[in-house]
Unconditional design. Structure first.
Length: 570
């Protein structure tokens, strides 16, 4: 196995990783197409030992119900130091320790508090820890710079999956997939442990930016203090002292078009937006799907990854809010630079909290797929040991030894959107020319109108009372280096799109992308998003309809290629 400056390839591929799964080649509704390259990827992920006769065994049903590859192992990942970037994580394979074999640190739990409510003493601790981290030499794996590099490497296309046995390589990125939630939890866990260690406080918890409560919707003021180590000059200056717009309305400074300058309305819309993100039908909608078949650099054929609502929602909005993607020098607005801004970690502490709330308060579940649970990464801990940690190690924050101190109620839980009062609700596009040929190009100012068939089993009316939850699935191809946002509306008449916002049932949600510039070249990215329909159709009283009228509105971005849109059972 080679180990050269800039990357390390570890030699061991665990034998059992190729045998424990089998792929279901059909799902409820359709035969899943097995792309030859999916098959190759599935095979090569587990090394040379697998031959074409093992195809059936080497595949696995992934979060999207389709066939995906094996768990990611640190062994299969290779980091490329390109475009002036130096890869972090040059550990010696023999030194890796398993997280599960480490003794539980003493003095737990770590307590994560709402950042806007910290007392001066806690702010002092937080600042001192970050100050010390920033003062460490660059090549210390605990240094702030190296920590930020980890995110850049995993998020800006520096990693490739390089199958030990040869075969196609894929660019690997933890976003737009079900690896988003666990990977960031791992990353934060070690980051937080290093901070606590640097100030000798094992109870130190990473404060969270509590954007899901009205009092927490501005960036916490400590981060805006120029003399603080929490400060970053590369932020959108108009927005550091403004109430966040989680819906990222066009041109909004601190107001929405439908909100004018009214903060009450803006706060309200933020809560509706959070409701849509958090109250989902199934775990796979929350987490997203495929994480392995990211992108092929040899053969050109790609696969759609599926983004989860946890990532796509307020998380992306907070990135875009503080970093205008059109201004190249604002850290949060691009995933390659985002982790250079200390607010990044508090944004993710809240994302992590939202995941915890989804499990503990909303009765959400995990993905049952073994390739998800067994996926592992290696991070340096506070003792500078490379630690291997798996997704199954991080499902329970109690077991990890930290907790969230809640600041109050969760005001978004009751914010179920309501039908718009001022539009004709049903059969919105009657008489409108609808498009049905894919791919179609979505441009600003030119909405696409679609009429989609529903599936019999999810319609109300006859048959069994338990209806299968359905989603509108939209597959897109976008430029990974560009900011994109489009909204999806249901049964809204042509020309009335502007009358509908996140407060309305007709507003199924938005798809957003935070740009990921920097690493290995990728010209396009193929992603899907699942918009839940059940509650919305109930509220619009069109649960029995055979067809739905869908309007896609590009809010930001040059253009988006819509590869397909369909209604599926979740
Ligand atoms: Cu890895 Cu908020 O992104």
């Amino acid at each position: 196995m080679s180990s050269s400056p800039g990357f390390v390839v570890l030699p061991t591929i665990s034998e059992n990783s190729r045998l424990h799964l089998s792929c279901k080649a059909t799902s409820d509704d359709k035969v899943v197409r097995l792309d030859r390259r999916d098959v190759l990827l599935g095979l090569t992920a587990v090394g040379a030992a697998v031959t074409t006769s093992n195809i059936g065994l080497a595949m696995a049903a992934d979060a999207g119900g389709q066939c995906a590859a094996m768990p990611i192992k640190a062994e299969d990942l290779q980091c490329a130091s390109v475009n002036g970037f130096q890869c972090p994580g040059l550990y010696n394979p023999q030194d890796i320790v398993d997280f599960s074999s480490l003794p539980r640190p003493k003095g737990l739990p770590r307590v994560r508090k709402a950042a806007h409510l910290l007392d001066a003493a806690y702010v002092g601790k937080f600042e001192e820890a970050v100050r010390r981290m920033k003062a460490l030499p660059h090549d210390d794996p605990r240094s702030f710079k190296r920590q930020a590099d980890i995110h850049e490497a995993y998020c800006a296309n520096h990693y490739k999956v390089v199958p030990a046995g040869g075969g196609p390589k894929t660019v690997f990125d933890v976003h737009h997939s079900s690896i988003f939630a666990p990977w960031h939890r791992m990353y934060l866990y070690f980051f937080e442990g290093i901070l606590g260690d640097l100030i000798g406080d094992p109870t130190f918890g990473l404060p969270y930016w509590n954007w899901d409560t009205p009092e927490g919707m501005m960036m916490p003021s400590k981060f805006a203090n120029e003399s603080s180590p929490l400060y970053d000059a590369k932020r959108n200056p108009r927005r550091v002292r403004a109430v966040i717009d989680l819906n990222l309305s066009p041109g909004s400074k601190d107001g929405l078009p439908t909100c004018t300058d009214d903060h009450v309305c803006l706060i309200d819309n933020n809560l509706y937006t959070l409701y849509r993100q958090m109250i989902v039908e199934t775990p796979k909608q929350f987490y997203g799907g495929k994480f392995y078949n990211v992108e092929l650099d040899d053969e050109g054929k790609q696969n759609h990854k599926v983004t989860g609502s946890l990532e796509n929602g307020a998380h992306n909005s907070a990135h875009i809010w503080l970093g205008d993607p059109c201004q190249k020098n604002q850290d949060m607005g691009d995933l390659s630079t985002a982790a250079r801004d200390p607010i990044f970690y508090s944004n993710h502490s809240n994302v992590d909290r939202m995941w915890h709330i989804y499990i503990t308060k909303l009765g959400g579940g995990f993905l049952p797929y073994k390739e998800w649970l067994d996926t592992s990464f290696v991070f340096y801990d506070a003792q500078k040991r490379p630690v291997r940690i798996t997704v199954s190690d991080v499902l329970d924050v109690g077991k990890l030894g930290y907790m969230f101190e809640e600041s109050g109620k969760l005001p978004w839980i009751g914010k179920r959107p309501k039908p718009a009062a001022n539009i004709q609700r049903h059969h919105g596009l009657k008489g409108t020319q609808t498009n049905s040929s894919y791919p179609m190009t979505l441009k600003k100012g030119e909405p696409q109108y679609l009429r989609l068939e529903r599936l019999e089993k999810s319609r109300a009316g006859g048959g069994s009372s338990k209806k299968a939850p359905e989603a509108l699935v939209v597959d897109v191809t976008i430029d990974p280096c560009k900011y994109v946002k489009f909204d999806v509306l249901v049964n809204v008449p042509k020309g009335q799109e502007k009358k509908v916002g996140p407060q309305n049932s007709e507003f199924a949600g938005s798809f957003t992308q935070v740009p990921h510039g920097g690493g290995l070249e990728m010209k396009t990215r193929m992603v899907s998003y699942q918009f839940a329909l059940r509650e919305l159709l109930e509220d619009l009283k069109c649960g029995k309809d055979n067809q739905l009228d869908i309007t896609l509105v590009l809010v930001e971005g040059d253009k988006v290629l819509i590869d397909d849109a369909r209604i599926e059972v979740l």
